[in-house]
Design a protein around this ligand. Sequence first.
Ligand code: BES
Ligand code: ZN
Ligand code: ZN
Length: 496
Amino acid sequence: MKLIIDHGDILSYKADALLLGMFKEHELAGDLAKINDALNGALKKALDDKDFSADTKETLSLTTQGSLPYKRILILGLGKIDEFKEDHLRRACGFGAKALRSVGMKTIASRLHANLPKDHFDQGKVSAEGFALGLYQFLHHKTRDTDKIKVLDTVTILGTDKTDAEALRKGATEGELLANATNYVRNLVNEPANIITPTRLAAEAKRIAKEHKLKLTVLEEKDMAKLGMHSLLAVTKGSNEPAKFIILEYGKGDKSIAFAGKGITFDSGGLSLKPSPYMEDMKIDMGGAAAVLGTMKAIASLKLPVKAYGVIATCENMPSGHAIRPGDIVKAMNGKTIEILNTDAEGRLILADALSFIEAKIKPRYVIDLATLTGACVVALGHEATAVLGHDDAFIQKLLDAGQDSFERTWRLPLWEEYKERMKSDIADVRNINVVRGGEAGTITAAVFLNHFIEKTTWAHLDIAGTAYITEEKDYLPKGATGMGPRLLVELVKRL
Ligand code: BES
Ligand code: ZN
Ligand code: ZN
């Protein structure tokens, strides 16, 4: 999709379609009055006849019969003005653009932003995100009937005059960049596990490093063995794909943050094999790693004043004659021994070494890990929020605020002392699952486990099991990978 920021009169601007918004019970003023007049009162008639009442997501499509330069004008209901929040504009842009694409419109001009009573920067940013995120499609594996795929190729955000357009452009540039990083994450997560292998993730890191002049280190299994990363190496043992440990570095200074991503390119469960229904979904188990790559890309493109590290532990979790067995005990890089009671709780095993590495070798001011870690998180929060856990209230609050602002929302779960008991092993330092009473509080006990490997640094754990991918499309979120990560974390970095 090409995004243009322009200015002009809506009565003479040229595009296939014009997209406008209307609040419930609002007067016909401004853009709406102009269009109503140009169409001989067609909009007023629809309202009088109760064909359209501007409820949220209600649409009124008007044809122009050549009286205006558009084939159609789509008026999108925005609901009640006092209930309209920033994310509603994002949703309206995504929803409206998809509606126009579905009827074959290729170029559209939008005035939807004019309904957000905030500054121009936000209007431009949020609209650009809504359009670029909403119009995303993952279709490149389709080889037949591709000419029937509808593509909306140009969106113009239309300002009233030059100053208006310039102000919108600043926000739109940032919004488009964040949407591109998000769509990049979506592509990685949507690709199947035979394409996105650990080797491929390392190749992606190399591409990003080259493009943005970042420092890159990729550790091979022999390097990991030298460092004592036997927890990560235990997980990869059942697979034929070589594991990789990736470190990307951006920027300078002492305001430093490391992002650690779980990069299980396929999670079969290992010998604690998952049941077959939905096992295919486990190609998304590298969602944390993809989010880290997308975030590094976004931070570097925005040239944010921070020192950022992207650390990715990546391998497959497969059953085989070489695979780890339930009951095996391994030693992580920080020297702690782990009793592996369930090989499907593998994400925490690879993160144990990633976090140990960060604490011992990188020593940043802050650490955030992102992982599709527990099914329990989906049970607790569904697909609406990422679980956030950690000890530093001020840092966690920043993640909660960044979640509200980016609308990649986060919700805190406790990490109290009392939960620690659950992860004690009789014969090793720690065990990898909570076997007490059917594994209750699964998201929390997973974080308790991780906490054993990051003890000195300000740390937050993000469980993105419910937010990395969804099974039903929403306004600007497609079915499949959501691309969560870059928008939330860029917002966080701005707050540090
Ligand atoms: N990758 C899964 C968690 C997951 C589940 C992510 C659903 C996305 C959607 C993780 O490795 C896993 O299998 N976790 C187990 C842990 C259990 C064995 C303690 C789980 O959640 O069942
Ligand atoms: Zn698993
Ligand atoms: Zn997993």
